[in-house]
Design a binder for this molecule. Sequence first.
Ligand code: 13P
Ligand code: SF4
Length: 300
Amino acid sequence: MTDILARIGELKKRRNAVILAHNYQIPEVQDAADFVGDSLELSRKAAGLDANTIVFCGVHFMAETAAVLAPGKTVLLPEVEAGCPMADMINGRELRAWKECHPGLKVVCYVNTSAEVKAESDICCTSSNAVAVVNSLGVEEALFVPDKNLAAYVARETGKRLIAWDGYCYIHHRFTPRDIREARALHGGAEVWVHPECPLDVIDLADKVLSTGKMVLEARTTTRREVIVGTEKGIIYRLAKENPAVKFHPAKETALCVHMKMTTLAKVLRALETDTHRVEVPPHVADRARGAIQAMLDIS
Ligand code: 13P
Ligand code: SF4
């Protein structure tokens, strides 16, 4: 591992590259990254970098977002199979057809979508800013793709009518009220944090509803000694590393996104050595997708 890390370090310097990693990545990858964050933080970072190459340790839509926001830079996704099943639940053609059924309604797309879907949307959002994004629209009704769980939560928080696509994250959708009740019974007195991609009946049993980035911030100031975390289990590594005085328990041991675990240090090295796998977005799609992402960055 030391050899791989040394080689990654050399190549990063030679190529003026940075490594961005999502909070769900495996520990070695998080440790090797220059920046670890949630979807919103990683988008902001990609937009502001002056590196030539971005190695994106996450899933495909994240690398695409970086490519859209950093035109002219080389964006590499170390594992080409690392996609997001939720993002694949809607494509540009399906969204165009759906918009025709709802003429005049604005479209909010979750960042977990392809660039093609973003290009068909008015504004993008992440789990950190979805409530603020919907409030900023100044309308009472809008279309929301693809996550029906996030849409239900945001609709309730904003009082707006959101017509949602029938998509979901297979990790968060599987959390149940029983998981939360059992975790509370096991870790008496612990606070419960859940991600807004969870179903509403799970959210209703939580103490706090937080994106992964907001969990990281909350952990720095919490006065609680034990926290139950209802999101993909990979975030526990970062929470525990940064806050050794707090005990973090996963609300569900099996909450593991296989796509987020496909990236390894060996694949990061291969990406830097062989320029694989380059993520490119055709300029006519990128320009329109950038409009939706920029609209989001402007309000958050
Ligand atoms: P955030 O890190 O933005 O909370 O998103 C979670 C997620 O599911 C990313 O795939
Ligand atoms: Fe997609 Fe869910 Fe995996 Fe995130 S955790 S990449 S939303 S499937």
